[in-house]
Unconditional design. Structure first.
Length: 428
Protein backbone atom coordinates (compact mmCIF):
# COMPACT_ATOMS: atom_id res chain seq x y z
CA UNK A 1 0.00 0.00 0.00
CA UNK A 2 1.18 3.54 -0.75
CA UNK A 3 0.06 6.93 0.51
CA UNK A 4 -0.31 8.18 -3.08
CA UNK A 5 -2.89 5.48 -3.71
CA UNK A 6 -4.75 6.41 -0.51
CA UNK A 7 -4.68 10.08 -1.57
CA UNK A 8 -6.27 9.08 -4.85
CA UNK A 9 -8.97 7.01 -3.13
CA UNK A 10 -9.77 9.77 -0.66
CA UNK A 11 -9.79 12.59 -3.24
CA UNK A 12 -12.15 10.68 -5.53
CA UNK A 13 -14.06 8.91 -2.75
CA UNK A 14 -13.50 5.55 -4.40
CA UNK A 15 -14.56 3.54 -1.37
CA UNK A 16 -17.85 2.88 0.37
CA UNK A 17 -17.90 6.42 1.73
CA UNK A 18 -21.64 6.47 2.35
CA UNK A 19 -21.42 3.77 5.01
CA UNK A 20 -18.27 4.62 6.94
CA UNK A 21 -17.68 5.27 10.60
CA UNK A 22 -14.69 6.24 12.71
CA UNK A 23 -12.65 3.68 14.61
CA UNK A 24 -14.54 4.73 17.75
CA UNK A 25 -17.87 3.80 16.12
CA UNK A 26 -19.18 7.31 15.34
CA UNK A 27 -21.03 7.78 12.03
CA UNK A 28 -18.99 9.73 9.50
CA UNK A 29 -20.30 11.77 6.57
CA UNK A 30 -17.86 13.10 3.98
CA UNK A 31 -19.25 16.17 2.23
CA UNK A 32 -16.02 17.32 0.57
CA UNK A 33 -12.59 15.63 0.63
CA UNK A 34 -10.78 18.99 0.58
CA UNK A 35 -8.02 20.43 -1.59
CA UNK A 36 -4.92 18.33 -2.15
CA UNK A 37 -2.00 20.10 -0.47
CA UNK A 38 1.41 19.66 -2.13
CA UNK A 39 3.23 21.94 0.30
CA UNK A 40 4.21 21.39 3.92
CA UNK A 41 1.37 20.47 6.25
CA UNK A 42 -1.64 18.12 6.17
CA UNK A 43 -2.42 16.28 2.92
CA UNK A 44 -5.85 17.88 2.32
CA UNK A 45 -7.07 21.33 3.28
CA UNK A 46 -10.62 22.60 3.88
CA UNK A 47 -12.29 19.21 3.96
CA UNK A 48 -15.91 19.14 5.11
CA UNK A 49 -16.90 16.16 7.26
CA UNK A 50 -19.49 15.42 9.89
CA UNK A 51 -18.46 13.22 12.81
CA UNK A 52 -21.44 12.23 14.89
CA UNK A 53 -23.55 15.38 15.22
CA UNK A 54 -20.72 17.84 14.66
CA UNK A 55 -19.80 19.24 11.25
CA UNK A 56 -16.14 20.10 10.73
CA UNK A 57 -14.26 22.17 8.16
CA UNK A 58 -10.60 21.36 8.55
CA UNK A 59 -7.58 19.38 7.44
CA UNK A 60 -7.20 15.69 6.67
CA UNK A 61 -3.94 13.77 7.12
CA UNK A 62 -3.50 10.39 5.43
CA UNK A 63 -1.18 7.57 6.46
CA UNK A 64 -0.78 3.87 5.82
CA UNK A 65 -0.72 3.19 9.58
CA UNK A 66 -1.92 5.39 12.43
CA UNK A 67 1.51 5.08 14.02
CA UNK A 68 3.03 6.88 11.02
CA UNK A 69 1.85 10.06 12.72
CA UNK A 70 4.74 9.68 15.14
CA UNK A 71 7.19 8.29 12.56
CA UNK A 72 6.65 11.47 10.53
CA UNK A 73 7.05 13.59 13.68
CA UNK A 74 3.66 15.28 13.26
CA UNK A 75 3.14 15.29 17.04
CA UNK A 76 5.85 17.97 17.26
CA UNK A 77 4.52 20.08 14.39
CA UNK A 78 1.94 22.80 15.08
CA UNK A 79 0.67 22.64 11.47
CA UNK A 80 -1.04 19.33 12.26
CA UNK A 81 -3.01 20.53 15.28
CA UNK A 82 -5.87 21.60 12.98
CA UNK A 83 -6.42 18.09 11.55
CA UNK A 84 -10.13 17.25 11.73
CA UNK A 85 -9.80 13.64 10.55
CA UNK A 86 -6.95 11.14 10.43
CA UNK A 87 -7.44 8.73 7.50
CA UNK A 88 -5.38 5.52 7.55
CA UNK A 89 -5.27 2.20 5.76
CA UNK A 90 -4.73 0.26 8.99
CA UNK A 91 -5.46 1.58 12.46
CA UNK A 92 -2.74 0.24 14.75
CA UNK A 93 -2.84 2.78 17.59
CA UNK A 94 -4.69 5.83 18.90
CA UNK A 95 -3.15 9.24 18.27
CA UNK A 96 -3.63 11.95 20.88
CA UNK A 97 -4.35 15.55 19.93
CA UNK A 98 -4.06 16.65 23.58
CA UNK A 99 -3.82 14.49 26.70
CA UNK A 100 -6.97 12.40 26.83
CA UNK A 101 -8.31 13.69 23.46
CA UNK A 102 -7.76 11.53 20.35
CA UNK A 103 -7.90 12.45 16.68
CA UNK A 104 -11.02 11.01 14.97
CA UNK A 105 -9.74 8.24 12.69
CA UNK A 106 -11.14 6.54 9.60
CA UNK A 107 -9.68 3.13 8.75
CA UNK A 108 -10.10 2.62 4.99
CA UNK A 109 -9.11 -1.04 4.71
CA UNK A 110 -12.62 -2.49 5.25
CA UNK A 111 -14.13 -0.13 2.67
CA UNK A 112 -11.71 -0.54 -0.28
CA UNK A 113 -12.43 -3.12 -3.03
CA UNK A 114 -9.44 -5.44 -3.02
CA UNK A 115 -9.24 -5.45 -6.82
CA UNK A 116 -8.45 -1.73 -6.90
CA UNK A 117 -5.19 -2.17 -5.07
CA UNK A 118 -4.35 -5.22 -7.22
CA UNK A 119 -4.85 -3.24 -10.44
CA UNK A 120 -2.95 -0.24 -9.12
CA UNK A 121 -0.06 -2.43 -8.01
CA UNK A 122 0.04 -4.10 -11.41
CA UNK A 123 0.33 -0.76 -13.21
CA UNK A 124 2.97 0.87 -11.02
CA UNK A 125 5.11 -2.26 -10.50
CA UNK A 126 5.15 -3.32 -14.15
CA UNK A 127 8.48 -3.15 -15.98
CA UNK A 128 6.62 -2.37 -19.21
CA UNK A 129 6.94 1.19 -20.50
CA UNK A 130 3.23 0.99 -21.27
CA UNK A 131 1.71 -1.30 -18.60
CA UNK A 132 -1.85 -0.49 -19.71
CA UNK A 133 -1.21 -1.77 -23.26
CA UNK A 134 -3.45 -4.86 -22.97
CA UNK A 135 -6.36 -2.72 -21.71
CA UNK A 136 -6.22 -0.09 -24.46
CA UNK A 137 -8.35 -1.96 -27.06
CA UNK A 138 -11.25 -1.68 -24.61
CA UNK A 139 -11.14 2.13 -24.73
CA UNK A 140 -13.18 4.00 -27.32
CA UNK A 141 -11.09 6.09 -29.77
CA UNK A 142 -12.84 9.29 -28.69
CA UNK A 143 -11.73 8.64 -25.10
CA UNK A 144 -8.08 8.26 -26.12
CA UNK A 145 -8.33 11.29 -28.38
CA UNK A 146 -9.63 13.34 -25.44
CA UNK A 147 -6.71 12.18 -23.28
CA UNK A 148 -4.16 13.17 -25.94
CA UNK A 149 -5.78 16.59 -26.40
CA UNK A 150 -5.42 17.26 -22.69
CA UNK A 151 -1.82 16.02 -22.55
CA UNK A 152 -0.87 18.00 -25.68
CA UNK A 153 -2.05 21.20 -24.01
CA UNK A 154 -0.05 20.30 -20.90
CA UNK A 155 3.01 20.00 -23.12
CA UNK A 156 2.37 23.39 -24.70
CA UNK A 157 1.99 25.04 -21.30
CA UNK A 158 5.10 23.33 -19.92
CA UNK A 159 7.14 24.42 -22.93
CA UNK A 160 5.72 27.90 -22.56
CA UNK A 161 7.05 28.03 -18.98
CA UNK A 162 10.50 27.01 -20.23
CA UNK A 163 10.40 29.60 -23.00
CA UNK A 164 9.29 32.34 -20.62
CA UNK A 165 12.21 31.46 -18.35
CA UNK A 166 14.50 31.89 -21.36
CA UNK A 167 12.67 35.11 -22.24
CA UNK A 168 13.45 36.47 -18.77
CA UNK A 169 17.13 35.53 -19.18
CA UNK A 170 17.09 37.36 -22.51
CA UNK A 171 15.85 40.57 -20.84
CA UNK A 172 12.43 40.25 -22.51
CA UNK A 173 13.92 40.21 -26.02
CA UNK A 174 11.76 37.94 -28.19
CA UNK A 175 14.30 37.81 -31.04
CA UNK A 176 16.94 36.55 -28.62
CA UNK A 177 14.44 34.07 -27.19
CA UNK A 178 13.63 32.65 -30.63
CA UNK A 179 17.33 32.47 -31.51
CA UNK A 180 18.11 30.42 -28.39
CA UNK A 181 15.17 28.08 -28.89
CA UNK A 182 15.95 27.63 -32.58
CA UNK A 183 19.66 27.09 -32.00
CA UNK A 184 18.98 24.48 -29.31
CA UNK A 185 16.65 22.66 -31.69
CA UNK A 186 19.38 22.62 -34.34
CA UNK A 187 21.20 20.20 -32.04
CA UNK A 188 18.50 17.56 -32.62
CA UNK A 189 18.93 15.97 -29.18
CA UNK A 190 22.51 14.70 -29.67
CA UNK A 191 24.03 18.19 -29.69
CA UNK A 192 21.15 20.18 -28.20
CA UNK A 193 23.16 21.08 -25.09
CA UNK A 194 26.15 22.26 -27.13
CA UNK A 195 23.93 24.41 -29.36
CA UNK A 196 22.22 25.86 -26.29
CA UNK A 197 25.58 26.78 -24.75
CA UNK A 198 26.61 28.34 -28.05
CA UNK A 199 23.44 30.45 -28.21
CA UNK A 200 23.94 31.62 -24.62
CA UNK A 201 27.51 32.67 -25.39
CA UNK A 202 26.64 34.57 -28.57
CA UNK A 203 24.11 37.42 -28.17
CA UNK A 204 21.65 37.73 -31.02
CA UNK A 205 22.21 41.50 -30.99
CA UNK A 206 25.83 40.88 -31.92
CA UNK A 207 24.86 38.53 -34.76
CA UNK A 208 22.21 40.92 -36.07
CA UNK A 209 24.85 43.60 -36.70
CA UNK A 210 26.61 41.33 -39.19
CA UNK A 211 23.84 39.55 -41.08
CA UNK A 212 24.83 41.36 -44.27
CA UNK A 213 28.02 39.24 -44.23
CA UNK A 214 27.63 35.46 -44.22
CA UNK A 215 31.37 35.12 -43.66
CA UNK A 216 31.25 37.15 -40.45
CA UNK A 217 28.14 35.40 -39.11
CA UNK A 218 29.70 32.02 -39.89
CA UNK A 219 32.89 33.16 -38.15
CA UNK A 220 30.94 34.13 -35.04
CA UNK A 221 29.01 30.85 -35.00
CA UNK A 222 32.00 28.56 -35.57
CA UNK A 223 34.26 30.63 -33.35
CA UNK A 224 31.88 30.66 -30.39
CA UNK A 225 31.40 26.92 -30.91
CA UNK A 226 35.09 26.52 -30.08
CA UNK A 227 35.92 25.11 -33.53
CA UNK A 228 38.32 27.85 -34.66
CA UNK A 229 40.93 27.22 -32.00
CA UNK A 230 43.82 25.71 -34.02
CA UNK A 231 46.34 27.28 -36.46
CA UNK A 232 46.16 27.19 -40.27
CA UNK A 233 43.99 24.43 -41.83
CA UNK A 234 42.80 25.69 -45.23
CA UNK A 235 41.89 29.04 -46.84
CA UNK A 236 38.18 28.93 -45.84
CA UNK A 237 39.02 28.06 -42.25
CA UNK A 238 41.68 30.78 -42.15
CA UNK A 239 39.23 33.41 -43.41
CA UNK A 240 36.74 32.45 -40.68
CA UNK A 241 39.42 32.51 -38.01
CA UNK A 242 40.71 35.90 -39.16
CA UNK A 243 37.22 37.42 -38.92
CA UNK A 244 36.48 35.72 -35.62
CA UNK A 245 39.67 36.82 -33.89
CA UNK A 246 38.77 40.43 -34.66
CA UNK A 247 35.08 40.08 -33.68
CA UNK A 248 35.90 38.16 -30.52
CA UNK A 249 38.17 40.99 -29.37
CA UNK A 250 35.64 43.64 -30.42
CA UNK A 251 32.73 42.12 -28.47
CA UNK A 252 34.76 40.49 -25.69
CA UNK A 253 33.34 37.05 -26.49
CA UNK A 254 34.29 33.82 -24.76
CA UNK A 255 33.79 30.61 -26.83
CA UNK A 256 32.57 27.31 -25.46
CA UNK A 257 34.93 24.33 -25.61
CA UNK A 258 34.96 21.96 -28.57
CA UNK A 259 34.62 19.10 -26.08
CA UNK A 260 30.91 19.91 -25.81
CA UNK A 261 30.29 18.63 -29.34
CA UNK A 262 29.34 15.02 -29.90
CA UNK A 263 30.67 13.82 -33.27
CA UNK A 264 30.45 10.06 -32.73
CA UNK A 265 27.78 7.73 -34.13
CA UNK A 266 26.07 10.55 -36.02
CA UNK A 267 24.61 10.49 -39.49
CA UNK A 268 26.68 12.74 -41.78
CA UNK A 269 23.75 15.13 -42.14
CA UNK A 270 23.86 15.72 -38.37
CA UNK A 271 27.58 16.51 -38.10
CA UNK A 272 27.97 19.70 -36.04
CA UNK A 273 29.85 21.72 -38.68
CA UNK A 274 27.11 21.16 -41.24
CA UNK A 275 24.39 22.17 -38.76
CA UNK A 276 26.35 25.23 -37.63
CA UNK A 277 26.76 26.43 -41.21
CA UNK A 278 23.05 25.91 -41.89
CA UNK A 279 22.21 27.98 -38.81
CA UNK A 280 24.55 30.77 -39.96
CA UNK A 281 22.99 30.82 -43.43
CA UNK A 282 19.48 30.97 -41.93
CA UNK A 283 20.43 33.93 -39.73
CA UNK A 284 21.76 35.82 -42.75
CA UNK A 285 18.97 34.94 -45.15
CA UNK A 286 16.18 35.99 -42.78
CA UNK A 287 17.64 38.41 -40.20
CA UNK A 288 14.24 39.27 -38.70
CA UNK A 289 12.98 35.70 -38.50
CA UNK A 290 10.44 36.34 -35.74
CA UNK A 291 8.59 38.98 -37.76
CA UNK A 292 8.61 36.73 -40.82
CA UNK A 293 7.11 33.85 -38.82
CA UNK A 294 4.45 36.06 -37.27
CA UNK A 295 3.41 37.40 -40.67
CA UNK A 296 3.24 34.03 -42.43
CA UNK A 297 1.57 31.76 -39.82
CA UNK A 298 1.43 28.68 -42.08
CA UNK A 299 3.43 25.47 -42.11
CA UNK A 300 4.36 25.78 -45.79
CA UNK A 301 5.62 29.31 -45.25
CA UNK A 302 7.64 28.16 -42.25
CA UNK A 303 9.18 25.39 -44.34
CA UNK A 304 10.26 27.88 -47.00
CA UNK A 305 11.82 30.16 -44.40
CA UNK A 306 13.75 27.34 -42.71
CA UNK A 307 14.84 25.38 -45.80
CA UNK A 308 18.46 26.44 -46.14
CA UNK A 309 21.70 25.02 -47.51
CA UNK A 310 25.07 25.21 -45.80
CA UNK A 311 27.99 27.10 -47.34
CA UNK A 312 29.26 25.38 -50.55
CA UNK A 313 32.49 24.56 -48.71
CA UNK A 314 30.61 21.83 -46.86
CA UNK A 315 29.62 20.03 -50.06
CA UNK A 316 33.02 18.32 -49.87
CA UNK A 317 33.65 18.53 -46.11
CA UNK A 318 32.15 17.26 -42.87
CA UNK A 319 35.04 18.67 -40.82
CA UNK A 320 37.44 21.55 -41.47
CA UNK A 321 40.34 20.54 -43.71
CA UNK A 322 39.13 16.98 -44.39
CA UNK A 323 37.90 16.89 -47.99
CA UNK A 324 35.58 14.05 -49.01
CA UNK A 325 36.02 12.07 -52.23
CA UNK A 326 32.51 12.78 -53.48
CA UNK A 327 30.28 15.79 -52.96
CA UNK A 328 27.20 15.44 -50.75
CA UNK A 329 24.02 17.37 -50.03
CA UNK A 330 24.15 20.26 -47.59
CA UNK A 331 20.47 21.21 -47.45
CA UNK A 332 18.49 20.99 -44.24
CA UNK A 333 16.27 17.94 -44.85
CA UNK A 334 12.48 18.00 -44.82
CA UNK A 335 12.26 15.99 -41.62
CA UNK A 336 14.78 18.28 -39.91
CA UNK A 337 12.84 21.37 -41.01
CA UNK A 338 9.61 19.92 -39.63
CA UNK A 339 11.31 19.13 -36.31
CA UNK A 340 12.48 22.75 -36.06
CA UNK A 341 8.89 23.88 -36.60
CA UNK A 342 7.59 21.44 -33.98
CA UNK A 343 10.25 22.05 -31.33
CA UNK A 344 11.08 25.73 -31.79
CA UNK A 345 8.81 27.76 -34.04
CA UNK A 346 5.36 26.71 -32.84
CA UNK A 347 6.23 26.68 -29.10
CA UNK A 348 7.78 30.16 -29.32
CA UNK A 349 4.79 31.53 -31.26
CA UNK A 350 2.42 29.99 -28.70
CA UNK A 351 4.33 31.58 -25.81
CA UNK A 352 4.54 34.89 -27.69
CA UNK A 353 0.78 35.06 -28.27
CA UNK A 354 -0.02 34.14 -24.67
CA UNK A 355 2.43 36.73 -23.40
CA UNK A 356 0.75 39.48 -25.42
CA UNK A 357 -2.78 38.21 -24.71
CA UNK A 358 -3.51 37.24 -28.32
CA UNK A 359 -6.06 34.62 -27.29
CA UNK A 360 -7.52 34.29 -30.76
CA UNK A 361 -4.14 33.08 -32.07
CA UNK A 362 -3.60 30.26 -29.57
CA UNK A 363 -5.87 27.66 -31.13
CA UNK A 364 -4.64 28.29 -34.71
CA UNK A 365 -1.03 28.03 -33.47
CA UNK A 366 -1.69 24.67 -31.81
CA UNK A 367 -3.58 23.53 -34.92
CA UNK A 368 -0.42 24.04 -37.01
CA UNK A 369 0.85 20.76 -35.55
CA UNK A 370 -2.05 19.00 -37.26
CA UNK A 371 -0.55 20.04 -40.62
CA UNK A 372 2.72 18.28 -39.80
CA UNK A 373 3.36 14.52 -40.07
CA UNK A 374 3.46 12.14 -37.12
CA UNK A 375 6.98 11.88 -35.68
CA UNK A 376 8.53 8.44 -35.96
CA UNK A 377 11.06 7.99 -33.15
CA UNK A 378 11.92 5.71 -30.23
CA UNK A 379 9.24 7.22 -28.03
CA UNK A 380 6.35 7.15 -30.47
CA UNK A 381 7.21 3.58 -31.47
CA UNK A 382 6.32 2.51 -27.93
CA UNK A 383 2.70 3.24 -28.88
CA UNK A 384 2.86 1.27 -32.11
CA UNK A 385 -0.02 -1.22 -32.44
CA UNK A 386 -2.12 0.64 -29.87
CA UNK A 387 -5.40 2.44 -30.66
CA UNK A 388 -3.92 5.85 -29.79
CA UNK A 389 -4.22 8.37 -32.67
CA UNK A 390 -1.03 8.54 -34.76
CA UNK A 391 -1.69 10.77 -37.75
CA UNK A 392 -0.19 14.19 -37.01
CA UNK A 393 2.59 15.88 -35.06
CA UNK A 394 -0.02 16.93 -32.50
CA UNK A 395 -0.58 13.22 -31.80
CA UNK A 396 3.13 12.44 -31.55
CA UNK A 397 3.84 15.42 -29.29
CA UNK A 398 1.06 14.31 -26.95
CA UNK A 399 2.36 10.72 -26.90
CA UNK A 400 5.88 11.94 -26.10
CA UNK A 401 4.50 13.93 -23.17
CA UNK A 402 2.36 11.00 -22.04
CA UNK A 403 5.28 8.58 -21.97
CA UNK A 404 7.81 10.89 -20.32
CA UNK A 405 5.54 12.68 -17.84
CA UNK A 406 3.09 9.94 -16.93
CA UNK A 407 4.11 6.40 -17.97
CA UNK A 408 7.80 6.59 -17.04
CA UNK A 409 7.04 8.38 -13.77
CA UNK A 410 4.31 5.84 -12.91
CA UNK A 411 1.70 8.58 -12.58
CA UNK A 412 -0.99 6.13 -13.64
CA UNK A 413 -3.58 7.53 -11.25
CA UNK A 414 -3.19 11.00 -12.80
CA UNK A 415 -3.83 9.55 -16.27
CA UNK A 416 -7.47 9.00 -17.20
CA UNK A 417 -6.64 5.57 -18.68
CA UNK A 418 -4.88 4.31 -15.57
CA UNK A 419 -7.48 5.88 -13.30
CA UNK A 420 -10.29 4.16 -15.18
CA UNK A 421 -8.53 0.77 -15.11
CA UNK A 422 -8.18 0.96 -11.34
CA UNK A 423 -11.59 2.47 -10.66
CA UNK A 424 -13.76 0.36 -12.99
CA UNK A 425 -11.89 -2.92 -13.48
CA UNK A 426 -10.54 -2.96 -9.93
CA UNK A 427 -14.00 -2.58 -8.42
CA UNK A 428 -15.48 -5.58 -10.28
Amino acid sequence: MTENFLHYLWQNRLFDFLNVQTTSGEPLHIFAPGLHNFDAGPDFRQAVVQIGDIKWVGDVEIHIHSSDWFRHNHHNDEKYKSVALHVVYEHDMEVERTPGEFFPTLELKPYIPEGMWTQYQYLVDSLELLPCRSYLPDFRPIYLRSLLSSVAMERFLRKQDDIMATHAQCHADWNETLFRQLATSFGFKTNATAFELLARSLPFKVLSRHTDSQLQVSALVFGQAGLLDVPHIDPYYDSLKYEYDYLRYKYQLEPIGRHHWNQLRLRPSNFPCLRLSQLAVLLCRTPDLLSALLVQQSVEAFRQLLSVEADPYWERHFHFGQETILPHGVALGETAVDLLIVNAVIPVLFAYHRFFGNQSMLEPTVALLEQLPFEDNKVTRVFRDTPFPNKTALDSQALIELLHRYCKEKRCMECSVGERIVREIGSL
